[in-house]
Design a binder for this molecule. Sequence first.
Ligand code: NCD
Length: 336
Amino acid sequence: MMTFQGSHILSVSQFDRDAISRILDVSAQMAPYAARQKRCHVLDGAILNSLFFEPSTRTRVSFGTAFNLLGGFVRETVGEENSSLSKGESLYDTAQVISGYSDVITMRHPQMHSVAEFAKGSNVPVINGGDGANEHPTQALLDLFTIKSEMAPYQKGLDGLNIVLMGDLKHGRTVHSLSKLLSLYDNVKVTMISPKALQMPTNVVDTLVNAGHQVEITDTIEDNLACDVIYQTRIQQERFASQDEADLYRGHFSLNRHVYQQYCKNHTVIMHPLPRDSRPEANELDTDLNDLDNLAIFRQAQNGVLVRMALFALTLGVEDKLTQYEKPITWYSNKY
Ligand code: NCD
């Protein structure tokens, strides 16, 4: 079993099935705190430095919220232009300095493998919030948590899952990390729907195939959506050489109520890491699906808080002390 305390979280490849099940169990223990039934102040006085050098809403804010929910303080740096990286400072030097100010660091950066490079200079745990088109490990963990909880009412789990990944599979780091994690389970069927030019990188496909899973690669939606979970993604326009090139693919694989009714199963669950591009020319996930019970996207984003709380508790070694540091909630809350 891997030791979490003091470890960086850089790639999903560092986890085995036991480690993941530990993360998912600790995440579930965080539910009463996130739902404001009680407080937990086990990280009282600890400092998170959150360094986000690419746009982010959910990842950045849920990391911060998660840390606050455990009683810790959060300091944020947003945008490379607001950091000395823009003066030519190396990731190593920045890491040496910021880790001296912190107990744990979360980081997002546009370059692949940059967060791992930063971590070499840090003497506190660094958690990867997305490194370019490479990986987004915490998203994949919250995706697994979501799949598990959404499948539970149907007596299904991660083993035997039939999932469709759709959209920009070439540049989408969330589907890279999720596929690698799914390869650890048994008998998974993954259908990858994308334009030919935006197919899943071969090394990610190989991870699934080598683990004995069934992988279908296609560029058509028709007759390919009868699955347990559809994981839709956004065209990652910021990773293309030009906007014109990205625009070629916008709106190709829109999922709307009509498509859902025509091709999905009764209970197919819809996921998306978000943000969905709601501009009419993209519209990959139509708002006409908003009142569908099986649209899990906002529950999925909410689960991000639980999983990130768990990762802080585990990397800072307090996961067994949660209940010793509880307090009642004194204010009005409509969350439970
Ligand atoms: C994703 C990302 O940044 O990789 N967003 C997220 O963290 N939930 C997906 C995206 O931007 O399309």
